[in-house]
Write a protein that binds this ligand. Structure first.
Ligand code: HAM
Length: 417
């Protein structure tokens, strides 16, 4: 039997209503905040991610699906959306000339991580990116948009963690002291972190190895290094969060595993997901557009993992995915009556299904159950002779005999949405 590769999942129809609920809630929130959809390519030149996310990050150094195309070009399946959106924005004159550009995306991302619950090699994100204004109000806006989506989905059990990682003016002093601190513990660091110590000490703070994690709590907190402007930006963000009634906690170690951030970083975390506790995350990246060859443009955004949100809602939210009406018949003339009734029902916006094979009533009712039908229309010999329909509501068992002219009205009442 041919099987799917590890960490790559099918999403079968029973999960699609939940998928649609999540992406529908995100779309609604994006629309209310005036964000417009962009569909970015699934693959880019490798350099887009290497340059954007940073060579020393786990994503770029270990997790990218990279290959050479037939023309010898180096391509990578996108591990995240931000670098691609920045590349698209910087490249497109119409959009990068806008004073403010608000974009959102929904789609698959690829990371060659060790698969486990909530950690896939192909997973889906919805995310938003805003270009053109460095006002901390917009950091608040993207955070509150994710908060709005969690509200719509009824997710309450989570914590929003925020931090500021400063800017190129104030961060070097912090990194120098961080390097000093970890150099004194060099022997305790894993091999990767020994390399990071030389190339990008900030990345040691993302290391998931227990030996390295244990050292983090003694490291100097970034809070003491933030310059006046970054401090002011962070205070204003917190004031907006307070005004909006958004609860948060601060964590000076939240640097996030991507190199492009400046100032604000944030994560939405929950204990419901075990090891993979972040279901959404983001931050500000004021230097990335310029790094991609565009004009200097402040930017901020976030992305959320759809599969992780699905795991949080499975069994908690039941989404209706049943057929509205299942037609049960005795074949022959009754089948033809069922075919024409099904057409009328669908024309009126209700879903309808039937089995064209002449199976027993019992088998057809079983099928109706499996299809989670809300109502059955029964067409037997009696219904043929009387030219009526028997309509049965499956949850209560209520049953009525009606003429064709009353069919839609009856279904409307029984299939309450
Ligand atoms: P990220 O933290 O790498 O940030 O990913 C965002 C979310 O994607 C995570 O919180 C998680 O829910 C989901 N995710 C990440 N990796 C996996 C995986 N292997 N399996 C399942 N879900 C996963 C970014 O991607 C940034 N682009 C966010 C951003 C946007 N920053 C600014 N703008």
């Amino acid at each position: 039997m041919i099987q799917k590769p590890p960490g790559i999942d099918d999403i079968f129809p029973d999960k699609i209503p939940l998928w649609n609920l999540i992406t529908g809630s995100a779309r609604q929130s994006f629309r209310l905040m005036n964000y417009r959809e962009i569909i970015i390519p699934v693959m880019e030149y490798t350099d887009v991610f290497a340059r954007g996310i940073g060579n020393e990050t786990d994503i770029v150094s270990k997790e990218m699906f990279t290959f050479e195309d037939r023309g010898g070009r180096n391509l990578t399946l996108r591990p995240e959306g931000t670098a691609s959106v920045v590349r698209a924005y910087a490249e497109n004159g119409e959009y990068n000339r806008l004073a403010l550009c608000k974009l959102f995306y929904i789609g698959p991302m690829f990371r060659a991580e060790r698969p486990q619950k909530g950690r896939l090699r192909q997973f889906n994100q919805f995310g938003a990116e805003l270009f053109g204004d460095g006002n901390p109000y917009y950091d608040y806006e993207v955070i509150s948009m994710m908060e709005d989506i969690t509200d719509r989905l009824g997710i309450r059990d989570y914590t929003l963690i925020i931090n500021s990682i400063g800017c190129p003016a104030c961060r070097p002093a912090y990194i120098a002291d961080l390097k000093k601190y970890f150099s004194s513990k060099r022997d305790l660091l894993c091999d990767d972190c020994k390399r990071r110590l030389e190339k990008n000490p900030l990345r040691i703070l993302d290391c998931k190895k227990e030996s390295c994690s244990a050292l983090k709590s003694g490291s100097p907190p970034i809070t003491g290094y933030i310059c006046g402007e970054c401090g002011d930006h962070h205070s204003k963000l917190k004031a907006h969060l307070d005004s909006g009634g958004t609860k948060y906690t601060e964590d000076p170690l939240l640097v996030r595993g991507l190199d492009y951030y400046t100032r604000t970083t944030f994560e939405f975390v929950t204990e419901k997901l075990g090891g993979q506790n972040a279901f959404a995350a983001g931050g500000r990246y004021d230097n990335l557009v310029e790094q991609f060859g565009g004009r200097s443009t402040p930017a901020v955004g976030f992305a959320a993992g759809i599969e992780r949100i699905m795991l949080m809602l499975e069994g908690v939210v039941t989404v209706d995915d049943g057929v509205d009406v299942y037609l049960v018949h005795v074949g022959g003339e009754a089948l033809e009556k069922a075919v024409s009734a099904a057409k009328l029902i669908r024309k009126n916006g209700y879903s309808a299904d039937l089995d064209p094979n002449e199976r027993s009533f019992k088998a057809q009712f079983k099928r109706a159950d499996r299809e989670k039908a809300k109502a059955c229309i029964v067409i037997g010999q009696d219904e043929i002779s009387s030219n009526n329909f028997t309509v049965k509501r499956l949850d209560t068992g209520e049953q009525v005999s009606i003429s064709e002219s009353a069919l839609i009205e009856t279904i409307e009442k029984m299939v309450a949405r």
